[in-house]
Design a protein around this ligand. Structure first.
Ligand code: SF4
Length: 215
């Protein structure tokens, strides 16, 4: 892709500024948002900043019913240009024996398809998600994928997220109030205890901390 100069002002601007900048820079057709629907903030932000922007949900075949509920609710809130990508494999029990391989075929491979031909990738990464994301910039060139990764919510705290949901009266994934601050596939997500790290319920009992999408 052509050389891109990322404005330093994106770091301190409104989250929507980063998405609008990317749309102007690359064109909406070369930009994609990936959303897990753990919450509705990224999707609302992107769909209002750049109407018609493509949002991709990777349906691993093991999503919680509550996550699907949030997808349906958000279709009522914003004009959602949603693409749902599925893995090329059928449901199996690979998650019981090899979570790396399971995430590889159910998350990473569909993501690779979603990013084909794209120059900008908008994600919901936040620095407060955990140590592996603590230094995430708002926008950065990813030399491995040869695109610009935009993390408009990088500086959002949990309080910022709640405030955004309240201001825009967004639906909330029902799992949150049941102790799931971080939500992935049902076989690999458990609720966390008060005071526990918010991602402690992901692949609990396993050294794995990331699904492979953001490495
Ligand atoms: S989170 Fe679990 S079930 Fe989902 S793709 Fe990864 S290993 Fe498989």
């Amino acid at each position: 892709m052509p050389t891109v100069t990322i404005p330093t002002s994106l770091e301190s601007g409104h989250p929507g500024d980063a998405i609008r900048w990317a749309a102007e820079q690359f064109g909406t057709e070369n930009l994609v948002v990936t959303a897990s629907f753990e919450d509705a903030v990224l999707v609302h932000l992107a769909a209002t900043a750049v109407p018609g922007i493509e949002v991709v949900l990777i349906d691993t075949q093991y999503l919680f019913a509550e996550t699907q509920w949030l997808v349906d609710e958000m279709r009522k809130v914003v004009d959602l240009n949603l693409t749902v990508l599925h893995p090329k494999v059928q449901p199996d029990n690979l998650w019981q024996t090899d979570v790396e391989a399971c995430c590889g075929v159910r998350k990473v491979e569909p993501l690779n398809r979603a990013l084909v031909g794209k120059q900008g990738w908008v994600t919901g990464i936040r620095r407060v998600d955990g140590p592996t994301r603590a230094n995430a910039p708002v926008a950065v060139f990813d030399p491995v994928r040869n695109l610009v990764k935009i993390n408009p919510l990088a500086s959002f705290t949990d309080e910022d997220l709640l405030t955004y949901e309240q201001v825009f009266e967004l639906p909330v994934n029902p799992l949150r109030e049941r102790g799931y601050p971080s939500i992935g596939c049902w076989p690999c997500t458990r609720p966390v205890a008060p005071g526990e790290d918010k991602r402690a319920g992901r692949w609990a009992g396993n050294a794995k901390t990331e699904c492979g999408l953001h490495v």
